[in-house]
Design a protein around this ligand. Sequence first.
Ligand SMILES: [Zn+2]
Length: 444
Amino acid sequence: MQQTAERITIENGIVMTLNDNDDVIIGGMVVIEGNRIVYVGEGAGKKEGSGRTIDASGKAVMPGLVDLHYHTAIGKGWSDHLPLWEYLDTYWYPAIRALDDETAYWAALASYCESIRCGVTTVNDMYRRLLGLGRAAEEIGIRAVLSNDIADDEHGLDTLEDTVEAHRATHGAAGGRIEVAVGIEWLPLASEQLLRDARSLADELGIKFHIHLNESMTEVENSLERFGRRPTEVAYDCGVLGPDCIAAHCVWLSDREIGLMAETGTHISHNPGSNAKLGNGVARLPEMLAAGINLGLGHDAAECNNSRDLFQTIKLASIIHRAVRQDASLGQPADVLRMATRNGARALGHDGGQLAPGRLADVILLDLSSPAFVPLLPEHADQLYSHLVFAADGGCVDTSIIDGRVVMESRRLTTVDEELVCAKANEAFRAVLGRMVVPGAAAS
Ligand SMILES: [Zn+2]
């Protein structure tokens, strides 16, 4: 679907640019042409040209959020009393083995609906049946980087060939809004040869790499047992790491592994909500930041979070580290908001994540009229940053523009019938449950 070259003028808002100077412009204006921002600045006397005008009075205008580690989810709230390894074996893998393009399509649409409602404009989505996902992303209008759950053949998940096929069919669709990346599920299901082959494929196709690394202690123990090295050391030796690689979780990194991430320019998706819910621990965020690693934020999956509201993740990305380190200087609001926007865009090689002329037009408007944002003195930008990190939730997102197209307005999605999507996603879950082959005892 081609983007319309509509001109959109957003006026009278508090424009939080998240640019290099962290400029905040009260009564500012953002002008979009096609899928690019063409003007950001003072609004007075600047209005010109035709097109559509959006009045952002009483609203903050900021870059859309980038959910840097994402899985479409079909079965939120199911069997989620289990620890990670058991959960994967008895529910997650059987469920995703039972997907087809149609069930994946409805699950993706429902997932993307919730994300857009919470201000997310880009997802880095590792899942299966990418043709179904690509169709969903194209229709709903979200920016999506899609990767498979590639594992060694005996695990019955995806193969490198699946990614070649998805790349051929979907990469660059919707005017470049949809991409395909190479995705490795995790090291317990991968041989070193598979990691090397996956890296070769990413290089050959010139696409990004998405992988889970060092998520849990059990994963690290498995790696030491099978490879005699820790997960990130194995990934490094196989050439996986690099500036085109997004490593998710990275909870249990040794000092050496942090050094390898920094040396290779690998980006990390920090997913504190999932790590906490699954009992996996707290990542060494201060050390990773000190090493100069680019960190973005992800919700992971609705099955292990259980919310796609990235504002929850933003808050946790600050307060969890303050709690465990007993240090309230950590996770300052402006830094955490940058993780959720421009750092994520940088990790994906996207020209977005900040409001500046020439950048991609992924923009959200947040309604500041809620009592949650009282008191607010707009001329004190620090207070606004603080509100957005500690007091906001996804429900304050009023309007979302992705790639220059309004996909939500006054909290109503413009591209899909949400009621239908929710009903179909429920049906899809029932169908998948009916097809699942669960090893051992049936899941509850
Ligand atoms: Zn994950």
